[in-house]
Write a protein of this length. Structure first.
Length: 248
């Protein structure tokens, strides 16, 4: 989409939508609440504690990625931590120089959200089919705050606002369209979309991205190349489902 497949994976992690939880309702302040008689105290219910998601380390996430097999039953190749950090920095620099139109779609392009993964634990794995040119990747990110996790699950709203955009970098203009794709993964709350990027020479590159949040971990699977959209859906969904089953 923006130059390299590795960058596309990191961009996909960061796609989010605007929004947040609704404001809490005000307590009842009706006049009936004020009485001259002494109110009878009522027992205070003990709130049910919210389970705390496991704090995964990068090493633990990498171990999970290393157990995942692609749709062709091949184990993913886990990227070294140094390579991930280097690609992330390159992605940030690249995004800073990109002009996105309409301007409100720049968040979808991840220009303002990639830095949000700083300090989080992260692991990435990839699989390549040399015969078909199909590339499939999986990323797991833990340690993000709740507001970021909420944006990931609300991403369909932002996708609907920006079905098409234009990205310009170094004088090269790329037309991008984004379309939601249902039924990619069986993970509850998973969302998926297809990105088609048309280059100046007329070539089109397509990428299928699926995302979900599982036990506080953001899962992103990305499929590019291959025989068809159905094939990309199958590959991305297989990675998502396999990884989710390993996160407890």
């Amino acid at each position: 989409m923006l130059g390299t497949f590795g960058a596309s994976v990191l961009l996909a992690i960061s796609i989010s939508a605007c929004g947040g939880p609704a404001a809490p309702q005000a307590a009842d302040s009706s006049p009936a609440a004020a009485q001259t008689t002494t109110p009878v105290p009522t027992p205070t219910a003990t709130p049910t504690p919210t389970p705390t998601a496991k704090a995964y380390t990068a090493e633990e996430l990498a171990a999970i990625v290393g157990q995942v097999r692609d749709a062709a039953d091949r184990r993913l190749s886990v990227l070294p931590t140094g390579d991930i950090a280097s690609t992330l920095e390159q992605t940030k620099s690249m995004l800073a120089s990109i002009d996105v139109k309409p301007a409100e779609c720049k968040e979808l392009a991840a220009a303002s959200t990639v830095p949000s993964v700083d300090g989080a634990a992260m692991a990435v794995g990839m699989s390549t089919d040399n015969g078909t040119g199909a590339v499939t990747a999986l990323s797991l990110v833990a340690g993000l705050d709740q507001s970021f996790l909420a944006k990931v699950t609300d991403s369909p709203e932002q996708l609907a606002k920006c079905p098409s955009m234009t990205m310009t970098a170094s004088g090269m203009e790329i037309a991008v369209t984004v379309q939601a794709v249902p039924g990619v993964s069986s993970v509850p709350g998973a969302v998926a979309y297809r990105t088609d990027s048309t280059l100046p020479d007329g070539r089109t590159q397509s990428t299928l991205t699926a995302q979900a949040v599982r036990q506080g971990v953001v899962l992103t699977s990305v499929a590019s190349g291959g025989e068809s959209e159905a094939d990309a859906v199958r590959r991305a969904g297989a990675l998502m489902d396999a990884a989710a089953a390993l996160i407890k």
